[in-house]
Design a protein around this ligand. Structure first.
Ligand SMILES: Cc1cc2nc3c(=O)[nH]c(=O)nc-3n(C[C@H](O)[C@H](O)[C@H](O)COP(=O)(O)OP(=O)(O)OC[C@H]3O[C@@H](n4cnc5c(N)ncnc54)[C@H](O)[C@@H]3O)c2cc1C
Length: 456
């Protein structure tokens, strides 16, 4: 007679709820593979996204599936893990539960790895004219705007208007802004150079605006000067120490200039997911959570913070919001949950800085790793290698390597399809109706879910 042991045991296994399947949340889930817990990994999208290459999707170098993998595909072999595609609307630490679109889910341990979102510093109306880059949807929107701008320039008889279609303004001189500017210069100067008859794409104007005194301010000063020189050699106008005062559909206004531009991209500011504020603990200015040494929050040893949401200083410096921090903190939290399940105290988290890199364009990048500083072609190859090897699976590495090699030799970008979004698209996602999905002491399989398609 088959033993009922596993089901009985499962009922007693603690329930770990992880919010967010980015670098951090995924590292926690994977780290709990052999731990006697039930893991529920919840994300509002169905894919894990490699954000560092989003700008390549936005600039038509890569296709969306090259950098986005279904979360289920990544965890299908892990028997103690369940994936939920749902939006977490509330965290109630007193009741030890979260709400999924209003439906309560109880937890024994909670990991908040919901990351950051754009902020327009009080000018939310700018978002419509200056999209940011955080999701695949946004990258495809940016790609559509860039490619459309060139098509509109070809149709435009008025030279002034045509100039505004071929002017691209990027706000924010961090790595994403620099990468976007470099890629745009390459598209205009090479990829599309001979494709149009009524204007010369090589005369495209690309302006990069940074409020502080230098671009790539997190890098060594020499490297940021080097990056600026490289951008300028590509014909990009770099404006530093200047603030944006207004963004509208057809212009960007600065302290001292009004730039007519139909395509404006936002790479300037991020703030924490609003879920952080629901924890009722101290936050930093960007809304991130000040964590204890073991990455729990004050007075709640069962709640952990991972990735971009961590506010913490180490050696007098604030920890950076980068992928290595998310992965390292995720692995540490998995270890600490294992220790907690065994009735032991958690270990303190120590971040190991693996360096920083930014690419400017073909054969041009900057990198700082420990005491070492690199720029030019060596830094570029290093950047390629690190990003290739960081992709989540082997198959994607091969595909991306092929795309990059092809682009390198031909100067072409393969993903130049303009995808228009139908205005009245039906919401095509199941909605969940029911009460409590499952309690902390019952296995997820016992959940009574009724899935219903929304009407049009
Ligand atoms: C354009 C861009 C380029 C970057 N380039 C680099 C780089 O070159 N090198 C580097 O190290 N770092 C880079 N970063 C930063 C790096 O991507 C982040 O530090 C890292 O992704 C943080 O991981 P995370 O797990 O904390 O959050 P994220 O990866 O942002 O994941 C958060 C997850 O939570 C989900 N989520 C959020 N709210 C909810 C909710 N309410 N309910 C359900 N799910 C929710 C989101 O859908 C998302 O999947 C870049 C970031 C961007 C945006």
């Amino acid at each position: 007679m088959p033993k009922k042991k596993s089901l009985m045991l499962k009922k007693e296994e603690p329930h770990v709820v992880i919010i967010g399947a980015g670098f951090g949340g995924l590292a926690v889930a994977r780290g709990l593979k052999d731990v006697p817990v039930r893991v529920s990994l919840i994300d509002k999208s169905n894919h894990h996204l490699f954000q560092p290459l989003l700008y390549q999707v936005a600039t038509a170098a890569l296709a969306a599936p090259d950098i986005a993998v279904p979360i289920r595909k990544l965890l299908w072999k892990q028997e103690n893990a369940t994936v939920w595609m749902a939006n977490v609307t509330r965290i109630q630490t007193q009741q030890k539960e979260i709400l999924l679109d209003g439906i309560p889910v109880a937890y024994d341990y909670l990991v908040v790895a919901a990351g950051m979102m754009h902020t327009y510093f009080g000018h939310d109306d700018w978002a419509a004219h200056a999209p940011g880059l955080k999701t695949i949807g946004e990258a495809l929107d940016v790609r559509r705007r860039i490619l459309r701008a060139f098509e509109s320039a070809e149709l435009e008889p008025d030279p002034k208007q045509r100039r505004s279609w071929t002017t691209f303004v990027i706000i924010g001189g961090g790595p994403t802004g620099v990468e976007l500017a470099g890629a745009l210069a390459e598209i205009a100067g090479h990829t599309l150079a001979r494709d149009f008859r009524h204007f010369d794409p090589r005369k495209t104007r690309v302006v990069l605006i940074e409020r502080s005194e230098r671009i790539l301010s997190a890098f060594d000063e020499k490297l940021s000067k080097k990056a600026r020189a490289e951008l300028e050699s590509l014909g990009i106008e770099v404006r530093t120490g200047v603030a944006v005062t207004d963004v509208q559909q057809d212009y960007v206004e600065l302290d001292d200039e009004k730039i007519p531009a139909r395509t404006v991209l936002w790479a300037a500011g991020v703030k924490a997911s609003p879920l952080a504020a629901q924890l009722g603990v101290p936050l930093d200015r960007a809304g991130r959570v000040w964590v204890e040494d073991d990455l729990t929050i004050p007075d709640r040893p069962e709640v952990y913070i991972v990735g971009d949401l961590i506010a913490r200083t180490q050696d007098g410096k604030q920890l950076p919001a980068v992928a290595p921090l998310a992965m390292q903190s995720g692995r540490q939290v998995a270890r600490n949950i294992r220790l907690a399940v065994e009735g032991k105290a958690g270990e303190p988290f120590v971040y190991i800085d693996q360096g920083s890199m930014a690419t400017i364009g073909r054969n041009r990048a900057v990198a700082q790793i420990g005491r070492f500083r690199f720029s030019g072609i060596f830094a570029w190859w290093l950047w390629l290698l690190v990003h290739l090897m960081s992709l989540v699976d082997y198959k994607r590495r091969v595909v991306v390597l092929f795309e990059w090699a092809w682009a390198y030799f031909t100067w072409q970008r393969r993903s130049r399809v303009i995808l228009e979004v139908p205005h009245q698209i039906a919401p095509d996602r199941p909605s969940v109706h029911g009460r409590r999905l499952f309690s902390a002491s019952a296995p997820p399989q016992a959940a009574k879910l009724r899935l219903k398609r929304s009407g049009t």
